[in-house]
Ligand binder design. Structure first.
Ligand code: MG
Ligand code: ZN
Length: 195
């Protein structure tokens, strides 16, 4: 059983563009050091697994095929610095119904949208991940909430939402990151040094 470092995507590995988020491959701009950080995670013996909410699909801004081009661009940019991602798990859903132009099939309440844990549980099953030695890095309280619900050490970064997105959190009880780091490079360095 191998441990994993679970990465959120926007705001952690690539810049959070704001607005409706990443809508196409050209919106992917790596956060400096992200590729090196993914590489360091794998060299430290961790699987590097992305878990990401992609409500843009439910809202009709991005198709599933479009999402693949976005992920391909992200993987390619990370790989330029030796960062190989083992897998990407995404939630295409959003609970709001009837968004004009939206993809109604995906407008559901699901268990995979973080802070739900289904994306994490799928990855754990697929890879036989050792949860007790795994960690999560996110820029949103949604990431931290999902990580804690899985019993993962969950670290925040000061890029993207910097875990200050209180008003976006669905519950009154807010999760608190176990530690905050300036960026994903610093977070991974800590993870690898403190297994
Ligand atoms: Mg994020
Ligand atoms: Zn979902």
């Amino acid at each position: 059983m191998r441990p994993a470092i679970f990465f959120d995507c926007d705001g952690v590995l690539n810049e959070e563009p704001g607005g409706h988020g990443v809508l196409g491959p050209d919106d992917i701009r790596l956060i400096p050091g992200a590729g090196t950080a993914v590489r360091a995670a794998r060299e430290g013996g961790y699987l590097a697994i992305i878990v990401t909410n992609r409500a843009q699909v439910a809202k009709g801004f991005v198709t599933l095929a479009g999402l693949e081009t976005i992920f391909a661009r992200l993987r390619a940019l990370l790989a330029e610095d030796g960062g190989i991602v083992d897998a990407i798990y995404f939630c295409p859903h959003h609970p709001e119904r009837g968004t004009p132009g939206g993809a109604t099939d995906f407008q559901i309440t699901c268990d995979c949208r973080k802070p739900g844990t289904l994306l994490l549980r799928r990855a754990v099953d697929d890879f036989g991940i050792d949860v007790s030695r795994s960690m999560l890095i996110g820029d949103s309280l949604r990431d931290i909430g999902a990580g804690h619900a899985m019993g993962l050490k969950s670290y925040g970064v000061r890029t993207g939402f910097a875990c200050r997105d209180v008003e976006r959190y669905p519950d009154r009880t807010l999760p608190a990151p176990d530690r905050m780091f300036s960026d994903v490079g610093e977070a991974v360095a800590f993870c690898v040094a403190h297994p």
